[in-house]
Design a protein around this ligand. Structure first.
Ligand code: ADP
Ligand code: MG
Length: 180
């Protein structure tokens, strides 16, 4: 019996990580160029390069956050199933941002396309270039409103509250209006 369990553990530990399916929530945002087309094109490129898109929220419009003298953002949330490791997924998403014309000049300035990883399963990741859950998600209605549309009961693994509860408590005052 003991022998069997040792074999099982060895086999399990050898199971390559790329075979494990991961459940991801992404936030897409655009406030420059043809915002709706950019979001559609991002969805297509994510489906082609990163995994299977399982659920898409509606699109919402929000005044620019952090720096208010610029065009309003369109945002939407996707739930993606992927076998990619978080760091690999981030690199692929950054390549998609670059493909769609993103220029990295002004922090919180206008961007054709921004893709943020909100959740990666219930993992807590703290690497220099990747923090998951996204550190600001509970502070931003433009993230919580579309998340609450598709995953209101999802529990934040650090704050131990549901998305619906975080939205209820959020003090962000920027209006998030359903756009399409
Ligand atoms: P923001 O999304 O905060 O407006 P950027 O899109 O310019 O700003 O991202 C800046 C950096 O944030 C990226 O270079 C990336 O490495 C880092 N980053 C940290 N955590 C995440 C995350 N969860 N999703 C996406 N990028 C992240
Ligand atoms: Mg970003």
């Amino acid at each position: 019996m003991q022998g069997n369990s040792v074999i099982y553990e060895v086999k399990f530990s050898l199971l390559p990580l790329p075979f494990i399916m991961n459940k991801i929530y992404l936030l897409l945002g655009s406030n420059a160029g043809n915002r709706e087309v950019l979001l559609q094109e991002a969805v297509k490129q994510i489906a082609d390069n990163c995994g299977e898109i399982v659920v898409e929220s509606s699109i919402y419009e929000t005044a620019a956050w952090g720096m208010e003298n610029q065009e309003a953002f369109l945002n939407k949330v996707l739930q993606l199933d992927t076998r990619l490791l978080a760091e690999v997924l981030l690199k692929k998403l950054q390549a998609i941002e670059d493909n769609l014309g993103r220029q990295r000049e002004v922090l919180w300035g206008p961007r054709t396309l921004d893709i943020d990883i909100l959740f990666y399963n219930s993992d807590v990741i703290s690497l220099p270039d990747l923090k998951v859950p996204h550190p600001f998600l509970q502070k931003r209605r433009f993230t919580l409103v579309p998340m609450a549309e598709i995953a209101p009961t999802m529990v934040h693994p650090v704050l131990h509250k549901t998305i619906a509860e975080l939205l209820e408590e959020c003090t962000d005052t920027l209006e998030v209006a359903k756009w399409s």
